[in-house]
Write a protein that binds this ligand. Sequence first.
Ligand code: GBH
Length: 492
Amino acid sequence: KPSKQDITKKSFPPGFVFGAGTSSYQIEGAWNEDGKGPSIWDHYCHTYPDKIKFRHNGDVAVNSYHMYEEDVKMLKAMGMGAYRGNAPRWGKSSGYQLLQQPYQQLLENGIKPYVTLFHWETPQALEDEYRSFLSPRIVNDFKDFAEVCFKNFGDRVKHWITFNEPYVFCCNAYGIGKHAPGRCSPGNPCAVPTGDSLAEPYQAGHNLLLAHAEAARLYKKKYQEHQEGQIGIALVSMGYEPFDKTNHVHSQARDRSIDHNLGWFLEPLYRGDYPFSMRSLIRDRLPNFTPEEKAKLQGSYDMLGLNYYTSRFSRHVDYSPLYSPTQYKDDAYAEVGIIGADGQHIGEDTGTGWLCYYPEGLKNLLMVIRDRYGNPPIYITENGVGDQDEGDLSMDNAVNDDVRLNYLNDHIAVVKESIDMGSKVRGHFTWSLLDNFEWQNGFTHRFGLIYVDYNDNLKRHMKNSAKWFSKFNGVDKKDTQVAAGELSNGVP
Ligand code: GBH
């Protein structure tokens, strides 16, 4: 599909950052090195190996724990100004010293670290002791962990993101059991069936929100003034369109879908409580906030991360047989799908099953945030597409990733349009810097700008999209090749 518009970094306001993101379990490996205790993902992959495609796991992942210098080189080759990665892993006691090096390396190359504290890796010890996010005890433990990070890295890290995608974490880990710790509602094939699970995603989300609020408050009170950084959270949301624009019931369904995805977490942070449609439909399964908690939640962020991939039509249904808190199923009498009333697909197939090409959905979400949620500063913390699920993923083929290149070009163009329409987007991070462990899909899905050769020592190679980014960011072609190690000292 040809790109609608050619766009470069220069089209954006000064200070706007472009970067790429990763998460530690997906890339680092070294799962038990340097005193690290197991996380729920280590435990889950080791205990229920059949839950993951080809029984893959993140024990070695793409070995970034040891190969981070290669990763930084690639960021540099692409001219990226920022990198979104994880903090020292929660529960790791002696790793802090070692993790100083990657940060140093980034800063020396002029790349700003944007650090996510939690990308789904709870220490297994907290899961064993008190069921982690199902208990309010998680709030203080998370706050303590956050403080270790602020204290040790706050001189260098100026952008903190507490949680990645609470929606996916709660739904996948507590609703459909596809992610660690693998708990789920009745009727789903999960690793750890639970008793009264219809409420668990909401309990986990509730404690997570309170943990965010406490960590953000601590940062703002004790660290922000002298460290001069910002803190926020990264929320994922699909975009939603009414199944049939000519019938208002579907527009209402569309609003409920937004409430139950983006609004579930954004509305408590914005005004101190869940969206009314969630309160009225989920009722006693949805916990309550005390007045003090509401006050702490409200405005507990300087910026918002938004992870956007794709969109769905939302269709009103009068009776919802699947009404339960599982992903895409606690559907608020709104059924989501990719085909609209007129038979049109919401967007072209990209080759990744769940992911249709629909850049307008990103703009529409940004407008919802502008109009309903006070228009905060925003970073697009994830945006990207996988290579063909079923295609030939040998290197020669996979580096020709025009689908990704066009996808990124067109979504970045829409970010520009949204800024012109008043949205305060401050940066864009492609997901992902490099191919990695794609959770339940193992290594079979590749989201990287950089190809990782699983048959040759995890060597990194730039895909076409990565080379496109170098041009986009204004890096000289030769400099790109030198940085990527394709030329040594400028000689092929
Ligand atoms: C992101 O979530 C994650 O933050 C990131 O870690 C991950 O690498 C990236 O997605 C790409 O997958 O395979 O049909 O079960 C984005 C939201 C929700 C999208 C779960 C994929 C699973 C679809 N994700 N969904 S399926």
